[in-house]
Design a protein around this ligand. Sequence first.
Ligand SMILES: C[S@@+](CC[C@H](N)C(=O)[O-])C[C@H]1O[C@@H](n2cnc3c(N)ncnc32)[C@H](O)[C@@H]1O
Length: 272
Amino acid sequence: MKNILYDRCGIEIPAEKKYLFKTRLSDLLAQENIPTFRELHSRLQVDDGRLTELLIEFMTTNETSFFRDDHPFKTLFSTIIPNLVEKIKKRSFYGPAGLRIWSAGCSSGQEPYSVAMTLMEWLEKKTICSIDRISILATDISEKILEKAEKGMYTENELKKGLSDNMKEKYFRKNDMCWLVDDKLKNIIKFQKLNLAETFSGKLDNFDIIFCRNVIIYFSAKLKRKIIDQISDLLNPGGVLILGASENLYNISSDFETRHAGRTTIYYRVKK
Ligand SMILES: C[S@@+](CC[C@H](N)C(=O)[O-])C[C@H]1O[C@@H](n2cnc3c(N)ncnc32)[C@H](O)[C@@H]1O
């Protein structure tokens, strides 16, 4: 199972976290009526893909929240967008190209929706271009989590994790027991299944900003390099990569210069 998980989606479960197989896959056994782990292992050898998808779904960590860590979104608002807009204005910010953002490993959508809200807030203050010049691609390996992301339906508790009352009022509306994301955010985001462990650079257009946070953290250094190389190719000149709070590019890539914003934010600007 360890090998299947590694080969299919690049995730390496470290020895000290081996218990995760037992805790997470017990639910899979129960759901699929599979009596033992040995039996699951045998079935995976002759699987047509369905069980492997489930293995990935049960073993991946989907933890996320709105405006996770907060400061990267503040930096997006105060520094990254204004700097990029100056560059893009010389390109075709008013034309069809606009600003392109990718949330790679978007989980249940809180990250791309937070990016969309940040952009909306920025455009409200600087009416420099219309929102339809902005597009966000949000991808994940898990179809199930993408379905949830695309619905844009969240519980009160999910909203409480990171969302201010002001943003809730502005961008969500209550529907029975849930909260629905406003269409003006949904309209600029496209959700798509994409496995970062497979070659993806030829399948995507270029971007100005790429969020790849808390996704490649459990990947091998070799796979991290392969992914970051493709991300570097996909970024437009001056484009920016934002990683998770405990991730960095040390020993992974020299294609980027490290930028600091405030006391806490680090982001990476491609050297081209
Ligand atoms: C912990 S969540 C991070 C979500 C969000 N980026 C954040 O920081 O809040 C990690 C996500 O990466 C996805 N993931 C794991 N392996 C992947 C792969 N090989 N390709 C694409 N997505 C993957 C998981 O399905 C999960 O939704």
